[in-house]
Design a protein around this ligand. Structure first.
Ligand SMILES: *Cc1c(COP(=O)(O)O)cnc(C)c1O
Length: 373
């Protein structure tokens, strides 16, 4: 049982393997003198749009902005309602709330951690304008029924794909598409710890609708198409050239990184499936999980005990999320979200990243097994 400095995310280990390429490109980027929105931003957008097979990729400053800009492009405003999970990172709700949009929280499925068409439908009313599915922890929501529901009620779909870049969804027709390209607009984050992360902040917006794309491109740049001609209200949300250089390199390795995560997840699953008090993440058959997080449910009420036991062994773990959004001060309401509340007591995420060594994973597995003996 050997272990060496286990980390939740090992960005330095990953960097050391691509250091030459990264360093060279950062230097030449600086020397080009095009610091914001340089040609490399355009090139990376094209490469990502080819990778995702989506017509338009618009880069922006971060994943939270990406969501807000998506809502702005769809003209969502005060009095409108969106439906999103409470079981997500705060940004999903915050980006809508800041525009005065009413955020209606939907419960999630206990096994997949994601919202479903059945759970969404009761929240739809005359003010509902959009559904915001979050592909949490790297697994696609079951999108076919959600798309059907949206069509039935004439709602927009904005996918928060911050945790699932590279994930694919298979439709009942067997058509396969990348998450983030299934609705009207998809958004993502390039925060360093995401599956495709840069070395600072970054984000992007995807759409197959060229009209929407034009509007999104204007909004990220102060509502202008021609310099100093401002046609709509926008904001300043651009990607730095240096970040685009890094992303352009890391995009080449994204599939490899995601495959690595999957192998690690399978190792965990094999070991933990035998333990009654642990529920391993359920993969819906039509989804390729990219395991942004490897998240277990601990069913015997000892989640916090397990966490401090792991902490004593210097094994990092995280609770995503300790307090769901509908219980956070600015968003608090009287809603009861049964599954969401259960999950906040049960979940724990274990280290899963591209550089996790087998010996370290074995040590984590053996330690967890010992806890339940
Ligand atoms: C990280 C994340 C965001 C926000 O991205 P930032 O780049 O940090 O603004 C939004 N939604 C989800 C689900 C995320 O995990």
């Amino acid at each position: 049982m050997k272990k060496t400095n286990i980390q939740m995310v090992d960005l330095m280990g990953q960097y050391s393997k691509i250091k030459n390429e990264i360093d060279q490109n950062i230097i030449s980027s600086i020397e080009s003198g095009r610091f914001v929105n340089g040609p490399i931003v355009q090139k990376f957008s094209e490469n990502l749009s080819n990778y995702l097979n989506v017509k338009n990729v618009i880069c922006c400053a971060n994943g939270t902005d990406a969501l807000q800009i998506a809502f702005m492009a769809l003209d969502l405003k005060k009095g409108d309602e969106i439906i999103c999970p409470s079981w997500t990172y705060i940004a999903t709700a915050e980006a809508a709330a800041i525009l005065g949009i009413k955020v209606v929280f939907c419960d999630v499925d206990l096994d997949t951690f994601n919202i479903t068409a059945d759970l969404i439908e009761p929240h739809i009313n005359d003010n509902t304008k959009a559904i915001v599915p979050v592909h949490l922890y790297g697994q696609s929501c079951d999108m076919a029924p959600i798309i059907k529901l949206a069509e039935e009620y004439d709602l927009k779909i904005i996918e928060d794909n911050a945790q699932a870049i590279g994930c694919k969804y298979t439709f009942p027709s067997e058509e396969i598409k990348f998450t983030g390209t299934l609705g009207h607009i998809g958004t993502t984050s390039f925060y360093p710890s995401k599956n495709l992360g840069c070395y600072g902040d970054g984000g992007a917006i995807f759409t197959n609708d060229n009209n929407l794309a034009n509007k999104l491109r204007m909004i990220v740049n102060h509502g202008e198409k021609i310099k100093y001609h401002h046609e709509i209200i926008g904001c300043n949300s651009r990607l730095d050239s240096i970040q685009a250089e890094i992303l352009n390199i890391k995009l080449k390795y994204l599939d490899e990184y995601n495959t690595n995560r999957k192998i690690m997840a399978n190792n965990y699953n094999l070991a933990f499936n035998k333990i009654n008090q642990i529920k391993t993440p359920k993969v819906i058959s039509d989804s390729i999980h990219v395991y942004h997080q490897y998240t277990l449910r601990i069913l015997n009420g000892k989640r916090d005990e397990l966490k401090s036991y792991l902490n004593d062994l210097e094994i990092p773990s995280m609770i995503y999320y300790p307090i769901p959004i509908h219980k956070q001060k600015p968003y608090r309401n009287n809603q009861t979200l049964k599954n969401t509340d259960i999950l906040s007591d049960e979940v724990i995420s274990l280290p899963i990243h591209t550089e996790l060594e087998n010996s370290n994973q074995d040590y984590i597995i053996e330690s967890v097994i010992k806890f339940f003996k």
